[in-house]
Design a binder for this molecule. Structure first.
Ligand code: FES
Length: 158
């Protein structure tokens, strides 16, 4: 796994990826995607390396990584539950489903269970608005989730 790689290896991988794009700051998004594909996430320790290579500030790189929900600063779990936090799902009971998920998994949104199995993430609309609360569970859409069914859902994954 990426987080077990020595920092020097991670640094040289990142430098290599930046160089493949000519160290162009306008290629930041593509560079971040390549880093995430290679390492599984975009470790915080790589942000200064990217900033230096592209001649950007660390804050600029950090801002982009945290703005796009597709980028992850921490390793993802084996399974990812993406729960919709957009308005239609929230008014259909999304808050209760999120609370039930957090309780069942003993983590907060954006975190991964201690055993590395399940990551819980927010998404903003999955196109299932009339059938909310909706989620993507391990890549599969799931609609009309009820808080009292959350435990069973989590058990299935675990
Ligand atoms: S608002 Fe949740 S799927 Fe659209």
């Amino acid at each position: 796994m990426s987080h077990s790689l020595p920092q020097a290896t991670v640094t040289s991988d990142v430098e290599e990826i930046c160089l493949a794009y000519g160290n162009r700051p306008d290629a930041l998004i593509e560079i971040l995607y390549d880093i995430q594909n290679k390492l599984g996430h975009v470790p915080e320790s790589t942000l200064p390396v990217i900033a230096e290579a592209l001649n950007l500030s660390r804050a600029e790189v950090y801002g982009v990584v945290t703005f796009y929900h597709d980028f992850h600063l921490n390793p993802q779990g084996q399974y990812v539950i993406k729960i919709c936090r957009a308005e239609a799902c929230q008014s259909a009971g999304g808050f209760e489903v999120i609370a039930a998920l957090e309780k069942a998994l003993k983590i907060k949104l954006g975190e991964t269970t201690k055993d590395g199995k399940i990551t819980l993430e927010a998404v903003y609309c999955l196109g299932l608005c009339p059938m909310g609360p909706a989620a993507l569970i391990d890549g599969k859409p799931k609609a009309a989730i009820k808080p009292d069914k959350v435990k069973a859902l989590v058990k299935e994954l675990a």
